[in-house]
Design a binder for this molecule. Sequence first.
Ligand SMILES: *Cc1c(COP(=O)(O)O)cnc(C)c1O
Length: 369
Amino acid sequence: MPKAQETVLEINLKALQQNFDYLKSKLTSNTKFLAVVKAYAYGNDSCEIALFLEKLNVDYFVVAYIEEGVALRQAGVKTPILILHPQIVNFDILVENHLEPSLYNEKILKEFIAALSEKNIEKYPVHLKFNTGLNRLGFWHTDVKMIAETISQTKTLEVVSILSHLAASEDLNEKTFTLNQIEDFNNIAENFTQETGLKPLKHICNTSGILNYPEAHFDMVRSGIGLYGFGNSDKENPNFRPIGTLKTVISQIHNIIEGESIGYNRGFKATETLRSATLPIGHADGIGRQYGHGKGFVTIHGQKAPIIGNVCMDMIMVDVTHIDCHEGDEVIVFGESPTAENLAETANTISYELITHISQRVMRIFTNH
Ligand SMILES: *Cc1c(COP(=O)(O)O)cnc(C)c1O
């Protein structure tokens, strides 16, 4: 790869394939794999990533919103797409694009049946989401009777799967809670089968669920962060390769003397002579203001350069006093090492937030090595 001459997010499809293979190695051969590509595939590029994973025969794609599914269809993705959080106002678009909704309460269930009836559509694939403790989206276990009655009165639906979502699958201190969620889910599924005579596919695991709860893989699993290279633990991280490397360059170097300040609102005041480098990446590119004032850092020629003062919209300034570097040199913001998780930790956040925030104006480049 030539050295970066501007800010780019390099996405390594080989690493993506290795992460996928590793996750698959944790599954039995008949467990289906749902690739979570919501939020622009966690900031990477959902269309490119989905088209690549489609060639590797993933069984399903998962996005949050209908428009994200439409973008995949427009890019030519043919694999089934599950929409986690559909909104009623977009049902027409959902159906036109053969997207499969996760239905999570009585209102959306009945509205969707009404929308399908109006179009004389039968056996439309849907997924039923149950709340088992995250308390975010989902039917209650007490809703099974209502659901059974409702779906027995219509031919519009085909229930492909029932799902739930784990609240703390990465936190082994919450193992009892998680095992309870899994047991509740099992009971709901059993009850659903009793009430309806149907036996839809079951799924509850996200990435950390796959790694920590093999007994809960059921018929399919959903992975996002693992595909992008994070195992959410010191034990698992070495088994993954972060697929995205965010690079930039040094635009300018300044020699600052004691008493001078750097950046907006004089956010940094020099108490001794130093050298600062200005980089073409800022909070509009996804490096938030919380990384300023010495918390976050970038890497130049393998050495840490802390971000100094306030993060600007389009730029950051970093301390390169102790680094032998020049204008035009390449800078690593995150990648295989240090990782986005390492950088995110400096601002008390998680890899998920940092990588999904890399804005669309940062050019994406695909590699395969
Ligand atoms: C985002 C999401 C996932 C993926 O979680 P990871 O931790 O990234 O694997 C799975 N299921 C649901 C319901 C989600 O919202």
